[in-house]
Write a protein that binds this ligand. Sequence first.
Ligand code: NDP
Length: 503
Amino acid sequence: MAKKKNTMTTAFGAPVGDDLNSQTAGPRGPVLMQDMHLIEKLAHFDRERIPERVVHAKGAGAYGHFEVTADVTRYTKAAFLSKIGKKTDVFVRFSTVGGEKGSADAERDPRGFAIKFYTEEGNYDMAGNNTPVFFIRDPLKFPDFIHTQKRNPATNCKDPDMFWDFLSLTPESIHQVTVLFSDRGTPATYRHMNGYSSHTYKWYNAKGDYFWVQYHFKTDQGIRNMTRQEAGEMCGKDPDHATRDLYNAIEKGDFPSWTLEVQILTPEQARDFKWDILDITKVWPHSEVPPITVGKLVLNRNPENYFAEVEQAAFCPGNFVPGIAASPDKMLQARLFSYHDTHLHRLGTNYHLIPVNRSKNAPEHSYQRDGYMRVDNGGGAGPNYWPNSFGAPEPDPKANEPHLPLEGDAGRHPFGHSNDDFVQAGTLFSTVMTKQDREHLVGNIVGHLGGAQKRIQLRQCAIFYKAHPDYGTGVAKGLGLNLDEVKRLAAMTSEERAAATAG
Ligand code: NDP
């Protein structure tokens, strides 16, 4: 039978005669095994869900472009950054971090800010957050940290004891905790927040000189946050408010944009810098490393299908192009492995072939073959090995990055400057925040930390106190804690404090 243009078909293209009545033995009889249409439909439905991301599960995405507005060729040879006015297609995904796929967009959480640049030299992914720093700086702590932000293994509820127990035993988290519990922890929408690389990356130019760089995507819509009361209401009123806002803004032509600024240090400057540039719990003060404006990111097209384009979007901080490379930041080094590994688990070996992930402006010429869901011709009849003498793709030494001198003995090395962990959080509290910001910060913390055991409250308050006495005092007062006890704990080392407040 010839197929009519709009005839419903099975997944294999055969016409469907009836999609309302299953085949049965008589009008009231059992369903027949031979109803392949029913079987195919149910079996596919049973497999609709793929594993959600273990972090950043709830997100929204959009397409757009990045345009270069300044000459940065002395710092990087990346082709997509090579000329003022040059535009590169992008796909961007925003997300919350700790919540599941159905969680509310307004929850207090860092926000993911991931950009895929479809460059002519392959895809470049910048997977950052809306915060310039992070809670921890050694990846060995990451799974534990995330467990504490998720659900209690017995109750399956979020648990303030877990949340604050870990953070109060991990003093380097104080800077990020201060950002998270400011109103920046509940951005009004994805359009009204900045994006930061947080990590230090390496840029290198055509001569092979290299530089350390941090990215700041500053929102052109202006920063707008919700208070905890507004965020709490929003969670109930519209759990998808930020997803909806992004979609609707783009749909009506109100295209959001961000200005990219970078901070750059030469290797010599980095060596003498006060802060360890590989410590993701620290920023580079603007007064010491003034940001340079590089370009503009604009989002102007919504995806047509959420699952195909947003749920299956896969970013990896290890997707670099010539001119950009990793730094030895320990957290970044672990993410180079972990993101790719997650996508292999979630989407399969050939996730790079999914259209949103495909390097559409630089066709793949690799010798990787086969695997589940290889949906192109898999390299056709060409050789599947290198070296070969059939004129097939060959490596180009120009794509190598400059050597990075390294030294030291192999071992488990802690960061050597933990006394400085409180300084930048204190600066944020005392000189960047307004009086109202500080009041909101303290109120936001009291509301959350108040659910934890008293000994954990005391331990965490000592850390606030070390960042700034007014900070620790404000939270301690809000919680009704004994301030002398907080001061006593603040004067101890981390180890002594942990022992003095053990359960
Ligand atoms: P600056 O005064 O030059 O910069 C302060 C920065 O703080 C601005 O970029 C501002 O972002 C941002 N900011 C304002 N309110 C908050 C908040 N509630 N949470 C997080 N960031 C906020 O100072 P320095 O560069 O010397 O840095 C001082 C402190 O500012 C740092 O210790 C750090 O905590 C924070 N900060 C610094 C950044 C950096 O890269 N240097 C980046 C972000 C924060 P905006 O321009 O959007 O208002």
